[in-house]
Design a protein around this ligand. Structure first.
Ligand code: HPA
Length: 278
């Protein structure tokens, strides 16, 4: 059992599963909730959704949980929240994402997902803010992720473990999401490493190889979730037209601003959808 005084980062000296189990134990102890059913990672624009899904039972600072760091990125929170849904189930909201570009390695990037699984969650809802490559995807709108292309040249899976990624983003859960909002488009998410935004040529390339959305998270997390047998539901909030798609240069402020404006809509979407998840 750990407390705030002996927190360790997700590094090489402890197995990822052992660290996730340790983190889940601390979450259970600090929240008083022995098991969670659903987990969500809320990216840019999605933060307000936590309180709208149910009753907040507990908020834990990320630094109190083994393997977690508080995010350095403006607009990304740093806490884990337990929410009681109206039917008595519990959702764990992970507001402490580690990005690949932070340089702490893939184990740190997917520690939140592995911890979610260790708390008992069977469904992982991954959300992010992303750039629109598909011109039909207007800034301010949420899009369902139907599939991804991982351009990080990395995998969270270690060793000869050949995990099937067909239907990685659950068709069943996407249909459920569309039953709540039939205006939701679907698109292929392309993960670049960042932290720089893409060049217009890279955005054109992403479109040519089948991408609709570009971002810097989610694909590695989705793979880790599938490896541990979770069902994955992915959403991108289009925070901006990707580089070269619109004439104006990109800025992190624009991304945050669009996220803020979209928050009520995204919160309403998840408030309606999450209680319906199986
Ligand atoms: N590219 C990559 N990541 C992003 C973008 C983008 O245009 N917008 C928000 N996150």
């Amino acid at each position: 059992m750990s407390d705030a005084s002996d927190i360790r980062p997700a590094t090489d000296d402890v197995s990822p599963d052992a660290l996730a189990a340790e983190a889940a134990e601390v979450i259970a102890r600090l929240s008083g909730i022995p098991q969670h059913d659903i987990a969500l990672t809320l990216g840019s624009g999605w933060g307000k959704a936590a309180e709208s899904m149910g009753e907040v039972v507990s908020e834990i600072a990320a630094e109190q949980v083994p393997g977690f760091r508080s995010s350095q990125v403006v607009g990304h929170g740093g806490k884990l929240t337990s929410i009681r849904l109206s039917d008595g189930r519990h959702a764990l909201v992970i507001g402490a994402r580690t990005h690949f570009y932070e340089g702490h390695g893939v184990r740190a990037v997917v520690h939140g997902v592995r911890t979610a699984a260790a708390t008992g969650a069977k469904i992982m809802v991954l959300t992010n803010g992303a750039g629109g490559v598909n011109p039909a995807f207007a800034p301010g709108r949420p899009v369902l992720i139907s599939d991804h292309i991982n351009l990080t040249a990395a995998s969270p899976i270690e060793g000869a473990n050949f995990v099937d990624l067909t239907d990685l983003y659950s068709r069943e859960l996407r249909e459920l999401a569309r039953s709540v909002d039939d205006s939701l488009h679907e698109g292929v998410y392309v993960q670049f490493t960042g932290p720089h935004y893409e060049t217009p040529a890279e955005v054109r390339y992403a479109g040519i190889i089948g991408g609709d959305i570009v971002g810097m998270s989610t694909a590695l997390e989705a793979i880790a979730a599938r490896q541990v047998g979770m069902q994955v539901l992915g959403f991108s909030l289009i925070t901006n037209a990707a580089a070269g798609i619109s004439a104006t240069p990109l800025s992190h402020e624009e991304v945050i601003q669009t996220g803020r404006e979209a928050e009520p809509r995204l919160a309403a979407l998840l408030a309606e959808l999450v209680p319906l998840l199986p």
